[in-house]
Unconditional design. Structure first.
Lengths: 289, 256
């Protein structure tokens, strides 16, 4: 029988009814009234209110919406429909792409190495709780400051250029990956660590014989995610910190030559590169399972 | 001389939970002791005090001539490699191969560096294979541990502890997650190891009938205190009810 057969059953007794919560319409509630549910509702409401407020108070400067839309559409058509290199060369773009890629890769590798050791200080199941708390707050501070800002901060010390960019990107990557790695470590079975401890293994032996093998796949996944972020960050930093790379070309095409076709061409190169990287990442993640 | 001696040991967790109160007993070389008692009575705590996974609050434990509680870090490692441990949930490194997990038993003997990179001598590897053969696991040697059945995993756990060349094996509910036939295989192996290799065995068991069948000595604890210590033949029904603090007929593992 597919439908719930209630007819044959005795009526729900009163002492069960006592435990049921009803909505205003008299239906039985299923969700619990939790703080987080309320928080979600409040957040959504605030966001809605802000959006409406934003639209109402926006200074449109008498822009003709229809004309603006048409103009934008035209720009998009030129951007993506007629890509063409005028100022740069195909080889030059590839070289610039490689520079950006290297920036991102370098920052990710340095960040990952720092993060591996940092995460050992901050995973709850292996670290001293005091040290863990201090490390966690410090790392949270690093993450709270945006990557670009770190790069700019380091340009003060190292001057404009790739060194500042790599240090800045590394800094934020390490902060991000320490948290991610520590969570990967915390997810592993504590018994495994205990078993090796009980056999007389030392701390570093346990790290490399139990912790690393157990969390390597999660760690690689996080590292690749961070590499994607670093690649796009390196793109932005290229222009901001005068590092060069494809980001700088993009900046020149957009803000200097005002050449939409060149801009479109470079965008296509970047998109292709990102897709390629994603494909490689998926392959590697599948092998390290 | 006993291989293991508990002298008036008490353990209080976090200043509140009294896990053990004034526990004293000695274990002699070659004994097979089973500790029984209700959940939360302190069985695991007793075993974990022996290899200092927990520190006792009062009293002393002498193992293999060392006062465990006075041992420094280096000595603890020395003590631990002489006491193998087997767990209810096996606690293997799932992504590593069976043979790698077995070789983990050698880590206590190795320099930090060769342990870190997982470098083992040919003799160690041969020994690991001999132990696997003894436990009927040679075919699984290169499988990843997460591909094994529970019974096989527990045998890998036993192999790992034998690799330590221990004088004592501590088993914390070794068969609690296994079906009856795998349980029998595990208990037979432990019994065999105890008899032929003369390795002392202390096993926490939930199944009274299994304890009675395999152990040569039973220690019954209730609420952190020893209420029975003697051979299985002398453990009367009423004593069992006392250990589990239940009335006659209420135990699921009622014995004849
Ligand atoms: N790490 C810990 N921190 C605080 N209290 C603990 C800890 N480990 C055990 N206890 C407490 O100590 C007491 C004894 O626990 P123990 O694990 O030794 O019992 P057990 O006999 O092994 O129980 P079970 O048969 O369920 O495994 C229990 O009250 C338990 O709650
Ligand atoms: Mg226990």
């Amino acid at each position: 029988m597919s439908e719930l057969d209630i007819a044959g059953q005795p009526p729900v007794s009163l002492d069960i009814v006592k435990y049921m919560r009803k909505t205003r319409g008299g239906k039985i509630k299923t969700a619990t009234k939790s703080k987080s549910n309320r928080a979600i509702k409040i957040t959504l409401f605030v966001l809605l209110a802000l959006t409406i407020y934003g639209f109402l108070t926006f200074d449109y400067k008498n822009v003709d919406i229809a004309k603006a839309m048409a103009g934008t559409w035209n720009n998009v058509k030129v951007l993506f429909g007629q890509p063409k290199l005028t100022y740069g060369t195909w080889g030059g773009s590839l070289k610039a792409l490689f520079v950006t890629f290297s920036l991102g890769a370098l920052a990710t590798i340095f960040g990952a190495i720092i993060a591996f050791f940092g995460s050992l200080l901050c995973a709850k199941n292996i670290a001293n709780p005091y040290v863990a708390n201090i490390t966690k707050s410090f790392v949270a501070f690093i993450r709270a400051v945006p990557t670009i800002l770190w790069v700019l901060i380091f340009t003060v010390a190292a001057g404009l250029g790739s060194v500042a960019a790599v240090i800045g990107l590394t800094f934020h990557s390490a902060g991000y990956l320490i948290k991610a790695y520590a969570e990967s470590i915390e997810e592993m079975d504590e018994g495994t660590i205990e078993a090796l401890k009980a056999s007389g293994a030392s701390f570093w032996q346990i790290v490399f014989q139990a912790i690393l093998p157990s969390s390597i796949s999660r760690m690689t996944a996080w590292t690749f995610l961070r590499f994607e972020i670093n690649f796009t960050n390196a793109l932005a930093v290229g222009a901001a910190a005068g590092v060069g790379g494809i980001g700088f070309d993009l900046y020149m095409a957009g803000n200097h030559y005002f050449d939409l076709r060149e801009l479109g061409y470079i965008t296509y190169i970047v998109v292709a590169a990102v897709i390629l990287l994603e494909m490689i990442a998926t392959k590697i993640k599948a092998t390290v399972r | 001389m006993p291989i293991l001696e508990f002298k008036n040991v008490s353990k209080v967790y976090n200043n509140i939970t009294k896990a053990l109160t004034d526990i004293s007993f000695s274990v002699y070389e070659g004994e097979f002791v089973s500790i029984i008692g209700p959940s939360g009575s302190g069985k695991s705590t007793i075993l974990r005090c022996i290899n200092r996974l927990v520190d006792v609050t009062q009293g002393s434990i002498i193992f293999d001539g060392h006062d465990i509680n006075k041992a420094d870090k280096k000595e603890i490692r020395q003590v631990r490699k002489k006491a193998g441990m087997i767990f209810q949930h096996y606690n293997l490194v799932d992504r590593l191969s069976v043979i790698e997990n077995v070789l983990h038993g050698r880590l206590g003997y190795k320099s930090v560096m060769s342990g870190v990179i997982g470098h083992y001598t040919e003799e160690e590897k041969e020994k690991a294979f001999q132990i696997l053969a003894m436990l009927g696991l040679t075919e699984q040697a290169y499988k990843r541990c997460d591909e094994l059945s529970g019974g096989q995993k527990q045998r890998v756990g036993i192999a790992r502890s034998l690799m330590q060349e221990p004088r004592l094996i501590l088993c914390d509910e070794p068969i609690a997650s296994l079906d009856p036939s795998s349980s029998k295989i595990i208990m037979d192996h432990l019994s065999d190891i105890n008899e032929t290799m003369k390795i002392t065995c202390i096993a926490n068991l939930h199944q009274v009938d299994v304890a009675l069948k395999y152990a040569k000595r039973i220690i019954g604890i209730t609420a952190g205190q020893i209420v029975y210590d003697g051979p299985p033949e002398k453990l009367t029904r009423s004593k069992i009810y006392e250990i589990y603090q239940s009335d006659e007929g209420e135990l699921i593992t009622d014995v004849k």
